[in-house]
Design a protein around this ligand. Sequence first.
Ligand SMILES: Nc1ncnc2c1ncn2[C@@H]1O[C@H](COP(=O)(O)OP(=O)(O)OP(=O)(O)O)[C@@H](O)[C@H]1O
Length: 276
Amino acid sequence: MRSQRGGAGTVGAERAGPVADALTLEGVSREYRRGVAALHPVDLAVPRGRFLAVMGPSGSGKSTLLQCAAGLDRPTAGTVRVGGTALASLKESALTRLRRERIGFVFQAHNLVPSLSVAENVALPLLLGGAPPDGRAARALAAVGLGARGEDRPAELSGGQRQRVAIARALVTEPDIVFADEPTGALDPATAQGVLALLRRAVDRDGHTVVMVTHDPVAAAWADEALFLVRGRVVGRLDRPGADDVRRVMERLGRDTGENAAESTAGGEGGEGWRA
Ligand SMILES: Nc1ncnc2c1ncn2[C@@H]1O[C@H](COP(=O)(O)OP(=O)(O)OP(=O)(O)O)[C@@H](O)[C@H]1O
């Protein structure tokens, strides 16, 4: 399934040397209503060149975590750093620029602009930043196997092809990190595998960093590590997640979403590689 895993470290491992992690969260919490935490303080470090899957039951805070980490929402407390830059220190215009140039996004609904050609959609983050037209968009499109479809409109592509275009657009700026929110949620299993293989290759071959929210244990199995949330808390992690192990953990968490979810899952239910 995977061509190869990332390096020896794990997501959250200490990293030596001057290169900043792709993403760090320090005590990041989010309350939508005062006193009601959708996300309890989360600490997380994602080294460059890693693929992290974020999982958890519905309402566990996955989207909230992703929105805060990607600078789409401001946490109630704590610090988010992307490539070493603290997002809270940025004014809105600088945050917009950072999101455009240093973060890639892939959503379940690919969010392509229907009136633009496929090539223009891929080039959009560059054009919005005022970069001169160069070969980057064409190369990114070719890298997802759609080099011949640049003149088409998104409506002329299949769902899987549109998601490939979205991945090309997410990677075109060589961002510090790519956030993918249920990128295969609307695809059939075979098409989904192709999209996940592209994300895996972006990590293995090109050193990109991917954080992917998913409900799907098969999708999570493409990641280096799965992080599990329950009621806004990180209750455990699974290194080198296999789909069956992930499925077992999810079933267990679905049955037991109380405060003791971590302890109960740590009792061997998570299998090899489980860390509470
Ligand atoms: N804008 C909002 N205002 C108030 N409460 C919110 C808002 N967004 C999310 N919540 C609440 O925060 C909690 C976490 O929601 P979140 O969408 O992050 O969960 P999730 O794990 O992504 O869920 P799902 O898998 O169903 O998409 C839920 O209780 C949800 O009702």
